[in-house]
Design a protein around this ligand. Structure first.
Ligand code: HEC
Length: 322
C-alpha cells in the first residue's frame, strides 16, 4: 500500500478513528458491541499484507482477524525493556486458554521495527520464548504496521518515531464478528485476560473451562504488599520463588547466592550489566536461552523492597506467594 493511499484512507476514517480513540482511552477497559452496520468491520481494518515467522504471507483482515477472537500487541525483538515481559505475561494467558489457541483464539505480536525483525529473527524470538502454536509473530512494511497501530488505537503520535522504547505497552483484544474490542495491558491479571478472551468476548462461551477462576474472584485479589505486587505483575511471568526454572532462573536462595550490591544493580539495570559483559550476567544469559531479563525501570526503593521480599520468601519452605 502506498503512503498516498494511507493518507486518503486515514482522512476518510479520521472521525471514526477519533471516536475509537476516545472510547479506548476511557478507563482502558471499555467494551461495546458494534451496532449493525458499524464501521469496525472490513472497511475499517486495513487488509494489509504481513509476513509471519514461517515466511508465509497473510492479510491482516482476511486471514488474521476476520471472525476470530484475537489478542494483538506490538513488539520489537531487540527490546530489553517491556516487550520480553509482555511476551512472558501473554504466555501465561495462553497457557490458561489451553488448546483453544489456534482454534478460535489467536495471538498476534506485530513488529514495529520491520527493518530489523525479519521472519527469521521473529522465528528465533518465538522459539526462545517457546510460545507454541496459535501465536504468530508478524512483520510487514513500516507504513502498514504504523497504519495498523493507528487503526487499533495503539499509536502515540508524540513519541512514535523518537524512541522505540516508548512504544505503547497496551494491547488490544477483540472479536471481529461481534465488533467488541477492548484495550488492555498485558500486565493485567492473566486469569482476567484469559476469561475476557475465552468467555466475555467469545461467541463460543461453552468452551470456557469453568475450573478457571471467575472474573469476580480474579478481581478480589488479596491486598498485596508493594514488593509482592511488583513481583506478581512484573516478575512472576518468568520466575518462580522456588527452585523451578521458568523463562528465567528459580529465585529460591538467590539472596544467598548473589552479592547484594550485584543483585540491586541487576534488578535496576540488567541491560547495562550485560552490555558491560559482567561475568555472572553473561553466564546467566547463556544458560537461560538468551532470553533478556528486562529493564523494568524499577526505582531504588522498589529494588530494595524486592530484595527483602526475595529474602523473606527463601525462608518460606513452599516458595509460594500468599
Ligand atoms: C521476560 C522474563 C523476565 C522477567 C519479566 C523478569 N526476569 Fe529476572 N531473569 C530473566 C532471565 C532470562 C534471567 C537470566 C539472565 C538473562 O538471561 O538475562 C533472569 C535473572 C534474574 C535474576 C538473577 C538470578 C540468579 O540466579 O542470579 C534475578 C534475581 C531476577 N531475574 C529477578 C527478577 C525480578 C525481581 C523480576 C521482576 C521485577 C524479574 N526478574 C523479571 C527473565 C525475566
Amino acid at each position: 500500500m502506498k503512503i498516498h493511499n494511507v493518507n486518503v484512507r486515514w482522512s476518510k476514517w479520521f472521525c471514526y478513528a477519533v471516536i475509537f480513540g476516545v472510547m479506548f482511552s476511557l478507563g482502558g477497559g471499555l467494551v461495546w458491541a458494534a451496532p449493525k452496520g458499524s464501521p469496525w468491520g472490513k472497511e475499517y481494518f486495513p487488509n494489509v499484507e504481513l509476513i509471519n515467522q514461517d515466511g508465509q504471507k497473510v492479510r491482516f483482515y482476511d486471514d488474521l482477524i476476520k471472525d476470530k477472537v484475537v489478542a494483538i500487541n506490538f513488539i520489537y525483538t531487540h527490546c530489553g525493556d517491556t516487550c520480553p515481559a509482555e511476551t512472558a505475561s501473554l504466555k501465561r494467558v495462553k497457557a490458561l486458554l489451553g488448546d483453544r489457541l489456534g482454534k478460535d483464539i489467536f495471538f498476534y505480536s506485530i513488529s514495529i521495527d520491520p527493518d530489523h525483525d525479519t521472519p527469521k529473527v521473529l522465528k528465533e524470538y518465538a522459539e526462545r520464548f517457546k510460545v507454541g502454536s496459535g501465536w504468530s509473530f508478524l512483520t510487514g512494511c513500516k507504513a502498514d504496521t504504523t497504519l495498523l497501530r493507528k487503526k487499533l488505537g495503539l499509536y502515540r503520535e508524540d513519541v512514535a518515531e523518537k524512541n522505540l522504547n516508548e512504544h505503547s505497552v497496551s494491547f488490544i483484544i477483540g472479536n471481529e464478528s461481534t465488533g467488541q474490542w477492548m484495550k488492555k495491558t498485558p500486565f493485567d491479571e492473566p486469569k482476567t485476560l484469559a476469561r475476557l478472551l475465552g468467555y466475555t468476548l467469545s461467541t463460543n462461551k461453552s468452551a470456557y473451562k469453568s475450573s478457571s477462576v471467575s472474573y469476580s474472584e480474579a478481581k478480589q485479589l488479596p491486598k498485596l504488599s508493594k514488593a509482592e505486587d511488583i513481583y506478581r505483575f512484573r516478575c512472576m511471568s518468568c520466575h518462580s520463588l522456588g527452585a523451578e526454572d521458568g523463562l528465567g532462573p528459580g529465585l529460591q536462595g538467590v539472596t544467598d547466592r548473589r552479592d547484594r550490591k550485584w543483585l540491586a544493580r541487576w534488578l535496576k539495570e540488567p541491560d547495562k550489566l550485560l552490555a558491560e559483559k559482567d561475568p555472572i550476567a553473561m553466564d546467566l544469559y547463556n544458560r537461560y536461552n538468551k532470553v533478556l531479563m528486562p529493564n523494568l525501570r524499577l526505582s531504588d526503593s522498589d529494588v530494595e523492597a524486592l530484595i527483602e521480599f526475595m529474602e523473606a520468601s527463601a525462608t518460606d519452605a513452599q516458595g509460594h506467594v500468599h
